[in-house]
Design a protein around this ligand. Structure first.
Ligand SMILES: NC(=O)c1ccc[n+]([C@@H]2O[C@H](COP(=O)([O-])OP(=O)(O)OC[C@H]3O[C@@H](n4cnc5c(N)ncnc54)[C@H](O)[C@@H]3O)[C@@H](O)[C@H]2O)c1
Length: 310
């Protein structure tokens, strides 16, 4: 509901995350009270990328908030692919480890796809394993990557109508945009409960004029590119819902300090849009929260499999 001006309603990912983390905490308490092992998440960072350290730190804080046990293993930049694979193998077979997260990007001498596929599919709480991506493509239950699952949850809990609507996904990465497009276009009657939109995917080779044209037809835009100011006011259909996944660190001309912004020209676009996510405080916290959701879900699944094998 909009009460005052024509400004877009802000979708507060931070507040929604807080609410969901409380729900997850309650769910976890009940799971453990029923005699189940406390879920445990192990995160692995290779190298010293400060952004990776911050992201993993936030994930560990969220574990604490929800009550999930967690640890971070930091390996030197010089770690070989074989050494990393060996560690993943140990974690895969460790009964006390529920979820394994290899923070991306890994250094250039390590092949990202090989690493994502090495994590056991049932412990792949990032949803990047080929089996999990394949299951998503086929509308089958599996682990859904945290960022697109976070966006889906934001849309659903904000009561944004997606059925039969036009959606544009800007970006075509395999970890964010592709699973996002799959969730948006797929059938709501299937087990992953798709959003039934008509989806257009734009990417770096979509000519700017075409990008603007597709965006202007969209009821929902999800942008995940990494270019500040890419989506401008003139590209927005009045009342559209704008989800900004982008995270860019830029220098504030006024203060000289660094700040985080998304891919959307927020101040201008919010004058035309119906709903909009801020950066920070929109998709970011939801990504971390969905990782918690995936870890608890993995614990429940692993527990059910263990019981079957007794
Ligand atoms: N908020 C979160 O939780 C979260 C999670 C993951 C990624 N991100 C952020 O989202 C952004 C995208 O991440 P990613 O991993 O998908 O990145 P990526 O670099 O893998 O993909 C970027 C995509 O943008 C497209 N692109 C580049 N220039 C374009 C242009 N001018 N017009 C249209 N498309 C263009 C490319 O084709 C590519 O598919 C980054 O800023 C990243 O930091 C945020």
């Amino acid at each position: 509901m909009r009460f005052t001006s024509n400004m877009a309603q802000i979708i507060d990912g931070k507040a929604m995350s807080k609410e969901i983390r409380l729900e997850l905490h309650q769910e976890l308490k009940e799971f453990v009270a029923a005699g189940n092992r406390l879920p445990h998440l192990t995160a692995v960072i290779v190298g010293e990328d400060p952004a990776s350290q911050t992201y993993v730190h936030n994930k560990m804080l969220a574990c604490k908030e929800v009550g999930i046990s967690s640890e971070t293993k930091i390996l030197p930049e010089s770690t070989t692919q074989d050494e990393l694979l060996q560690l993943i193998n140990q974690l895969n077979t460790d009964e006390n480890v529920t979820g394994v997260l290899i923070q991306l990007p890994v250094p250039d001498h390590i092949d990202e796809r090989t690493i994502c596929n090495a994590v056991a599919a049932e412990k792949d709480v990032d949803g990047f394993h080929e089996i999990n991506i394949g299951r998503l493509a086929l509308d089958m239950e599996g682990t859904i990557p945290a960022t697109p699952l976070g966006v889906k949850t934001l849309l659903e809990r904000s009561n944004i109508e997606t059925f039969g609507r036009n959606a544009v996904v800007v970006g075509r990465s395999k970890n964010v945009s592709l699973p996002m497009a799959m969730l948006l276009h797929s059938d709501g009657r299937h087990s992953i409960k798709g959003l039934d939109s008509t989806v257009t995917i734009c990417h770096r080779y979509t000519p700017p004029k075409e990008l603007a044209k597709f965006c202007r037809q969209a009821d929902i835009i999800v942008v995940a590119v990494g270019k500040p100011g890419l989506i401008t006011k003139d590209m927005i259909k009045p009342g559209a819902c704008i989800i900004d996944v982008g995270i860019n660190r830029i220098k504030d001309e006024k203060t000289g300090k660094f700040k985080l912004v998304g891919d959307v020209d927020y101040e201008e676009v919010r004058q035309v849009a119906g709903h909009i996510t801020p950066v920070p405080g929109g998709v970011g916290p939801m990504t971390v929260t969905m990782l918690m959701h995936n870890t608890l879900k993995a614990a429940k699944k692993q527990n059910a499999t263990r019981l079957l094998n007794v």
